[in-house]
Design a binder for this molecule. Structure first.
Ligand SMILES: N[C@@H](CCC(=O)N[C@@H](CS)C(=O)NCC(=O)O)C(=O)O
Length: 218
């Protein structure tokens, strides 16, 4: 029996930056899992079976034994907490370090994803559903660029400085940040040089390269 079936670990969803986060963390951890390659806007998230797993009808979802988890950041952090100790991928446990880690996660998910990239996706790619909204679109693009500069300041304020968001150790928050920066480049938002340097270091990781392949639809 394959390890993934034995361990009953499944990721639902491929093809988006949010599904990439879950596959990437599993690749970092070298954990076996089964991949259910459903895609967004295909109707596959609307079935009764899937809605039971995630009432929001969105990807990704992780099943780990009897645990069912949605929200890409929660999946990344759960996997790191549950399985990351040996690889230094556990979020920090001291209250202050954990607070700094959470600050990165919430900052990225709100300011670089929900408030900006997701608004751009809605009113650019999905304008037939969400409507044309040129002012909202421009504000989201400008907002991302502004928060990208804030990211550089946050990175340089992190002690010790780099190469990762918490300093010397790669962590789940780097996965969240990287997927948003790649999304911004795809949408032709200019990024400061420091973020291109950051991306060069992170995207050279073998686990990232493997996850990119696994996250391909099909
Ligand atoms: N906050 C959620 C957002 C998930 C999300 O928006 N997923 C999109 C694809 S990137 C989706 O499943 N859309 C399907 C749909 O709306 O039909 C997360 O980070 O996991």
């Amino acid at each position: 029996m394959p390890d993934a079936v034995k361990e009953n670990r499944v990721i639902w969803g491929v093809g988006t930056s949010r599904t990439l986060r879950a596959h990437w963390m599993l690749c970092e951890l070298d954990l076996p899992y089964e991949r259910r390659p459903i895609t967004s806007r295909s109707g596959e998230t609307l079935t009764a079976e899937y809605t039971q797993l995630n009432p929001s009808q969105k990807i990704p979802v992780l099943q780990d034994g009897d645990l069912v988890l949605s929200e890409s950041a929660a999946i990344v952090n759960y996997l790191g907490t549950a399985y990351g100790a040996a690889r230094g991928l556990c979020p920090p446990s001291s209250p202050r370090e954990r607070a700094r880690y959470d600050q990165w996660c919430f900052f990225v998910m709100m300011e670089l994803d929900a408030n900006t990239l997701y608004v751009i996706r809605k009113h650019e790619d999905l304008h037939k559903i969400y409507g044309e909204a040129p002012n909202a679109l421009q504000a989201a693009r400008d907002g991302f660029a502004r928060q990208a500069h804030a990211t550089v300041q946050r990175l340089s304020a992190s002690a010790p400085y780099g190469p990762y968001v918490l300093g010397e150790c790669f962590c789940g928050a780097d996965i969240l940040l990287t997927t948003c920066l790649i999304g911004a480049i795809r949408r032709k938002i200019e990024l400061p040089d420091a973020l291109h340097d950051y991306l060069k270091r992170i995207t050279a990781r073998d686990a990232y390269q493997r996850a990119l392949q696994i996250n391909q639809p099909g």
